[in-house]
Design a protein around this ligand. Structure first.
Ligand SMILES: [Zn+2]
Length: 184
């Protein structure tokens, strides 16, 4: 099981690499990694388990964050009552997105970043994502709101991009044009 000490932090070169495509159908080893990524995120949101193992809560985790430079990530979050999103994907790709942007009013955080970095991170409001599930079956997802933001954050990890790269250095709370804020 993945623990905090397995998660690499900002400054580690792997976080700035472009990760490699996962060969499909997925190997047993790659399936195991993907399963563990999802397991971490789920466990980290369970107060008892998180406390027991010292897990920092997160809604997403990408393979490069555990120093595996391969294109896979897991996201697990509740976006309103009963609106549960749980995805674990190989080779995810944004195939289309809205013109409208969005951002979290509280900014973003990251399991690989131990400091609080204030500022708005502009994201697309809606994205259509393709990828492959744990069995290597093709998946197509249309996401909006927090789920859309989470997958864009995780996808960035596969391209060596960190959330704070998007924060306007001259004006961290600059509201991106054509954007709708999400209170969080
Ligand atoms: Zn992150």
């Amino acid at each position: 099981m993945i623990k905090m000490e397995d998660i690499i932090r900002e400054g580690h070169p792997t976080l700035r690499q472009v990760a490699k495509e996962v060969p499909l159908p997925p190997s047993e080893e790659d399936r195991k990694i993907l399963k563990e990524l999802l397991e971490y995120v789920i466990n980290s949101q369970n107060t008892e388990v998180a406390e027991k193992y010292g897990l920092r809560p997160g809604i997403g985790l990408a393979a490069p964050q555990i120093n595996i430079s391969k294109r896979m990530f897991a996201v697990h979050l509740e976006d309103g009552p009963g609106r549960q999103h749980s995805y674990a994907l190989f080779n995810p790709k944004v195939v289309s997105h809205s013109v409208e942007k969005t951002f979290l009013t509280s900014g973003e955080g990251c399991l690989s970043v131990d400091r609080n970095i204030p500022g708005y991170v502009p994201r697309y409001s809606r994205v259509t994502l393709t990828g492959f599930d744990i069995d290597g079956k093709p998946v197509k997802l249309r996401l909006k709101g927090l789920a859309a933001i989470a997958v864009q954050h995780e996808l960035d990890h596969l391209n060596g991009v960190m959330f704070y790269d998007y924060i306007n250095p001259n004006d961290p709370f600059f509201e991106p044009e054509n954007s709708v804020p999400i209170e969080r």
